[in-house]
Every structure is written in C-alpha cells, then in structure tokens.
Design a protein around this ligand. Structure first.
Ligand code: ADP
Ligand code: MG
Length: 574
C-alpha cells in the first residue's frame, strides 16, 4: 500500500492511497530527507487515509510518499522485557538517549528487545507433543522468574512439535521449535513474538470471577476499599493529592509478581521523577532493585499525542503477556486523563462530532475496553494468571463530575477518591473514607467494616454540627463518636509512606490491629465526661501510633501491645 500526502495538520496526515487501505495498519510517512515517521491509519474514506503520526510532523510536506503494509501497531514479546523503560512505541528510552542524546529525534526506532543477547533455554515440552497457542514449550530464567516460551498466540488449532531445541543458549532470532498444524502447515518458532497492542491478548480456558484479595499493604485500601487480583480500580484526585505516591507504594508493596507502569503524559518533570526514583527503589521481598520485576512505559505531554495514546495499550499488552505465564500482574496507568486528552486531540483533528467537554463520543467505550483487559484467567494447563488494572484520573480542579472520571466509575470495581481537604491536612494516603467505595470483598469481615463506616459518617456529621453549635452544644454521646472517628482515622486510615515499618502493613497485621482498634471504639467512654473522653483518645492514639511504627517481630511491638491491652482493661473497669 503506497500513497502520497495531500494534507498535514499537526500529528494528523491525510494521504491519497492506491490499493486497499486497512484500518489500524501501521507504516511510514517518509520525509524528503529520507526520515521515516511511524504512522497509523485511523480512518479510511474511499482512497483517502487519515493517518496519525507518532512523531513530530515538522518537515513533512504535501506529495511526500507514505508506505504501509497490513500490520497493526505491535509490540515484541519475549525474555528481556522486565526492567525496561520504554516509550509508548516500545523504544527503550535509555538506549535511545545514549544513541541520539536527550533530545529525541523523530524517525529513530530501536527494537524493544535486544536480538544479540543470548538466553538459557530449557525445553519443557518434547517433540511429538501436541500444543496450541499459549502452551509452554520451554523456560528461560528472567530475573526472579521463569519466563515461559510459549507457542505463538496467533496459532489457531492444534500443532505437533516437529522440532524442539535442546537445553542451550539462544538469541531471540534463533529458531527454537518447528510446529506442524493439522493441515500440514509449519510454524517456525523463536523466543520472541509480536502482538498488536490494541487487541487483547488472552489465550485461556476460561475467565474467572476475580475474588482473591490483592493485598496492597495500604491499610485503608485493604481494609476499607479492597482490590482483588484481576479486578480494576481508579484513583481520581486533584493535582498534588498523592496519586503518584500511592501508585509507587502499591508498586513496591502490593502482593503481586510483576508491575507495569504506564506513565502517560503527565508533565515532563514528573515523568523524569518516575524515571529517576524507580530504578532506586528496593524490592522489599528480594532486597534487590524493584526494576527486576517492573516495566515502565513512559511518555510526557511533550511527546506527540498519538504515542501517548499508544502507551496505555502497549502497557496492557506487556501485562497480558506475563499474565499468560500464570503470574499476577498489576498495570498502573498514571494518568488516564492524559490518555483521554490525547484521544480528544486526535478526534478534534479528525473533526468528529464531539461529545461532552469535546471528548469523542466513544470515550466511554474506549475506557471500558481498556479496563476490560484486566481479569483472572485459567490457563489451558489449569494455572491461574491475573491482571489487575489501576488507573489514576486527574480531573481539572479535582471535579469528579467530568467525563473521564464518570466514564471510569461506570466500569471499575473500586473507587479510591483522593480528597484535597485530606491531602492539605497531610492525612495520607488522602483517600476519602466517606466518598470511596469498592464492590469487592477484602480481608476484614463486612460486618466490622460496616460498623466502622457508620462510625466515620456519624463522626463526620457530628463534626459539621460542632462547627455551628460548638463543643458545649454537642451531647457527650455525639462528642465521643466524633473523637472515636478521629481516632480510627488517625491510627488506622492514615499511614506514613515514608516510614520503613508503617509504609506497609501485612494482611495478618491489619486484621489484628483492626480488631484492637475496634476494642477501643467499643469502650464505653461516654459514661464519663468530655475531658476524660478526650484524654483517653489522646492516650490511645499515641499508643497505636507508636505500635504502627514498631516492626512486627520487635520487642517494641510487644511492649506497645501490652500497654494498649492495659489501657483497654483500665477503661473497661470504669
Ligand atoms: P499527584 O500525583 O496526585 O499530583 P503526588 O503523588 O506527586 O501527587 O504527591 C504530591 C506530594 O504529596 C508528594 O510529593 C508527597 O510529598 C506528598 N504525599 C503524597 N502521598 C503521600 C503519602 N502517602 N505519604 C506521605 N506524603 C505523601
Ligand atoms: Mg502524579
């Protein structure tokens, strides 16, 4: 498929093509100096193709040639993905930077995986075996995991293994297997394969209902607004409320095998922060770099919009690939608002009929399709893999009544809304305990959770009333409720991301502390007087805070627990 450019409008190019034009195929617009700019067909009108160019279109002119084949925008999958930092088109950013410097140049593409590196392959299947798409042929050690080399995902039907490489070291270009289909067709297999990013990758026996709690070790999430493995959640919040920090602590502490981060189009400074901070993070499980089980896809708003749009899909595809190995994967998209803005910009250029706030009418279906890629699947050999997707939303002015937040709310299973008031008061993580919700079951019994929710909302009502009538005008009962709600907030919901111990609380410890907190809440403090109630809450808050900062296996931990028990017993007697 060849053609000539007839118009250039920012990242949108219109070309007159000869031959059949395939929607979503990728190819190149070729500048007169020979530079080839990666582009995608996003609309077909007769012989005209609307192309989005993933690069700066400066220098591109009318009559410049375009060349397309029928491939869709794809990524390469194979050993070596972990630890990589890619742009939205899977160019390894550090290599790009070292090759051409920090001012990225259009038209330079580097293969997503190094083809000169060798990997130690161990066959697990044998010649003569029957396999289908996604079945394991062998393994390769990759960091702390066994990377499974799988039969090509594009293969349909059953295949017999005609040839299979023995144990040894191979590059990604070397053939490691030859498969023969029922119709006699042969498939040559290497350790890498390609997959189109906009097509969900899932070769499974069945989709499972996600029910297994994903313990993030963030107390307010696990205990109040749980997430499950294979589920979805969103974190909407105004600028500076703590979305990125929450994503980072989740990446570090959540009980998950692999984390894929799609850092999508936030301001360049923030992305640089992610690039600088992440490689320094230590994995609490291995004591080694967290990057060994992380992939970062990274675009700034300075990069062309089309590449920004692609980064979310690239992230999803890499995450699905590892799920296919029977691993638990977490995809964090930060921020989906920037992704939606990219969609809006492209839609505007296409002069499509705009929907609310000029977002395209298909905004909601695109958001839904993205979160649909999450899920728990049972693989053909009975193992289970999960992909959990968490996306941040950064609505202008923190107003949740806007299309991206609303579209996301309709499809996700949990909503962790960040509150400006809480982050201003430095109550971190600033998830609003009154506004947030989750449809999933977690680690705390529902009955206990409901009690605490009721306490928080009752406490909030009393607080509001108190601002009008003052403390004197508030009954002792109400006053006690307000203080108990504060107590729960201070010692349980708030958590210091920067403290070694408090940053992460295991499920076991959460359950234990939760029950202790309930014991305090159950104390009949209102049998005394307001000053006594206040004194008691101050003491309890202090004890629990210290307890939170004590490592589970330390003497301090036992010491504070004893003091807490003494405190509860002493109050029980009055
Ligand atoms: P956003 O991504 O929503 O714009 P950030 O996640 O970058 O906001 O957070 C902004 C700042 O707030 C951080 O640099 C940090 O100082 C503070 N902060 C956010 N979350 C926490 C937390 N859980 N614990 C302590 N400080 C936090
Ligand atoms: Mg941020």
């Amino acid at each position: 498929m060849k053609g000539k450019i007839v118009a250039v409008d920012g990242s949108l190019v219109v070309a007159e093509m000869d031959g059949r034009i395939v929607q979503n195929s990728v190819g190149y617009c070729v500048r007169s100096d020979g530079t080839r700019l990666l582009s995608e067909v996003i609309r077909v009108r007769g012989q005209r193709a609307d192309l989005q160019v993933f690069e700066e279109t400066r220098g591109l002119r009318v009559k410049d040639p375009v060349e397309f084949d029928e491939h869709m925008l794809s990524v390469v999958l194979g050993p070596g993905l972990l630890g990589q930092i890619y742009d939205g088109l899977q160019n390894p950013l550090p290599q790009l930077a070292s090759q051409i410097g920090y001012f990225l140049q259009p038209g330079v593409y580097i293969n997503g995986l190094a083809t000169d590196q060798s990997w130690d392959f161990t066959p697990t299947a044998k010649t003569g075996d029957t396999v289908a798409a996604g079945d394991t042929l062998g393994t390769v050690p990759e960091g702390i995991f066994e990377h499974r080399i799988m039969a090509p995902f594009t293969a349909t039907g059953n295949f017999r293994i005609e040839k299979l490489a023995g144990e040894g070291s191979y590059t990604l270009d070397e053939e490691i297997a030859e498969l023969v289909g029922e119709d006699g067709s042969t498939l040559k297999v290497t350790m890498q394969q390609n997959w189109p990013v906009k097509v969900p990758l899932s070769v499974a026996r069945q989709r499972l209902m996600p029910v297994d709690p994903l313990v993030t070790r963030v107390r307010i999430v696990d205990s109040m607004f749980p997430i499950v493995r294979g589920g979805t959640y969103c974190i909407p919040g105004p600028f500076g409320a703590g979305k990125t920090v929450l994503q980072q602590i989740t990446a570090k502490h959540a009980e998950i095998d692999i984390v894929v981060i799609a850092a999508c189009g936030e301001r360049a400074g923030e992305v640089v922060e992610t690039l600088r901070d992440f490689p320094e993070l230590i994995d609490p499980r291995t004591g080694r770099s967290l990057m060994e089980r992380t992939i970062i896809i990274c675009n700034t708003s300075a990069m062309p919009v089309a590449a920004r749009e692609a980064s979310v899909y690239t992230g999803a595809t890499l995450a699905e690939y590892y799920r296919q190995m029977g691993l638990h994967v977490l995809l964090l998209a930060d921020s989906t608002s920037r992704w939606a803005q990219a969609m809006r910009e492209i839609s505007g250029r296409l002069e499509e009929i705009p929907g609310e706030e000029a977002f395209p009418a298909y905004l909601e279906s695109r958001i839904a399709a993205f979160y649909e890629r999450a899920g728990a699947v049972e693989l053909r050999d009975g193992r289970v893999g999960t992909l959990t997707i968490g996306g941040t939303v950064s609505p202008a002015g923190g107003n949740f009544e806007e299309p991206v937040t609303q579209g996301t709310l309709k499809v996700v299973g949990a909503f962790l809304g960040l509150s400006r008031a809480r982050s201003d008061a430095r109550r971190y993580p600033s998830i609003d305990p009154l506004d947030s919700w989750s449809k999933y079951g977690g680690i705390i019994e529902t009955e206990k959770m409901v009690r605490v929710r009721r306490l928080l909302s009752h406490g909030n009502n009393v607080r509001q009333m108190m601002t009008v009538v003052g403390e004197e005008g508030t009954s002792l009962d109400d006053f006690t409720v307000a203080l108990k709600a504060d107590f729960f907030d201070n010692v349980y919901l708030q958590q210091n991301a920067f403290d070694k111990v408090d940053a992460a609380t295991t499920a076991e410890r959460q359950k234990f502390v939760f029950d202790k907190v309930l014991e305090v809440i159950d104390l009949q403090l209102e049998a005394t007087e307001k000053t006594k109630v206040r004194q008691a809450i101050v003491v309890a808050t202090d004890l629990f805070r210290n307890w939170n900062y004590a490592a589970s296996d330390s003497d301090e931990y036992k010491g504070w627990l004893e003091k807490i028990d003494q405190f509860i017993a002493s109050k029980g007697r009055t």
